[in-house]
Design a protein around this ligand. Sequence first.
Ligand code: NAI
Ligand code: MG
Length: 396
Amino acid sequence: MSKRTIVTMPGDGIGKIVLAEALRVLEAAGFQADYVHADIGWEFWCNEGNPLPQRTLDLLEKHKIGLFGAITSKPKAEAARELAPKLQDKGYVYYSPIVGLRQHFNLDICMRPCKTFKGNPLNFIRRGKNNEIEEPEVDVVIFRQNTEGLYAGVEWTNPPDNVYQALASHPKFKKFADTPKEELAVSTRILTKKATQRIVRAAFEHAKKFGYKSVTVCEKPNVIRETSGMMLAIGREIAKEYEGIELWNTNIDAQMMWLTKNPEDYSVIVSSNMFGDIVSDGFAGLVGGLGFACSANIGEEVAIFEPTHGSAPKYETYDPPIVNPIAMILSACLMLDHIGETEKAQKIRAAIAKVVKEGKVRTYDMMKLKGSPEALQQGAASTTEITDEIISKIKS
Ligand code: NAI
Ligand code: MG
């Protein structure tokens, strides 16, 4: 088989550190690929007025598969101030390049697995009936609609007249009618049937492929009747095609409460954009947090794999680096799954499981230490050391 070409987008801060480590692990697992570097992030915003240059989009269009580290985002005004002098006041407006990638390639399916690694000191524990300590095993995969809903960006402050009139035509707008238009901020939550069907179907397909017993639609249909209501109705429709997989229905608020009560009962969860973001961070917190949270953004053609964490700029300059590369490595495993290299992905996951269980080599976050260079003197492993340990388990 000819070698694959993977587009690597390290981005900013620790994105550069963890992506390089993931490539070492992929190689150790026997995955052969050509990697092409693509520019993304703060540097390109400052120097070109565009954090997501067209040449990066072209590379992804051509090669279809991307590995992404993390980027730095800053509020609008701060971003404008950091633009190179020659670009100042030319009308450039900062936007998040990762959100840009999701929109440009319609990466509408976001998958975020949250699975307990035994022996991880960051695992959630609770007390059982007889006051004993229990450590529930979480194995949840969140399917988050990635392109619509509250994050689609259809929003206004001081909405234009035509928008205002449309809003005013709704009977429930009465309570806002006395507020001056300039004092109104509106963010819309638009869901389409097509994208909702795609995310719900992706969730059921995943449950079927990997033998999960239920798919939970996690929304709020009792209050947000139109959009959450549509997702639940589509869930009920699609569930009929998947015999043996139960459809569950939870409200996002209650789900967050149950997170610590019975997280082991959930399997596949499907949500709209914002609720999916919330519930996936919630579950990630039970299984190790940002150092372990991986994700896939999958469209019909292009797919991009990234850790959930950001660029943690404070840690960028530590030499040796101390951040946990596991979230990035697990994201690379999702890439392997996606392109049919499941065996190699499983080999890497098994190696991570061994390292975590043995507990001899742990990054600062796993030791609950403060993230500082001193953590290494206190026994924490560096980024490179834990990667080396994972690689040695792959090879043993
Ligand atoms: P962050 O995820 O970069 O860091 C938050 C904290 O989590 C860090 O200070 C660190 O203590 C910990 N952490 C993160 N990754 C870790 C790792 N691999 N190992 C160990 N500890 C880790 O989020 P923050 O500080 O809110 O944002 C920093 C920058 O990243 C901002 O500019 C933000 O806009 C951007 N960001 C980018 C994202 C992306 O590229 N997808 C996602 C989230 C934030
Ligand atoms: Mg998030």
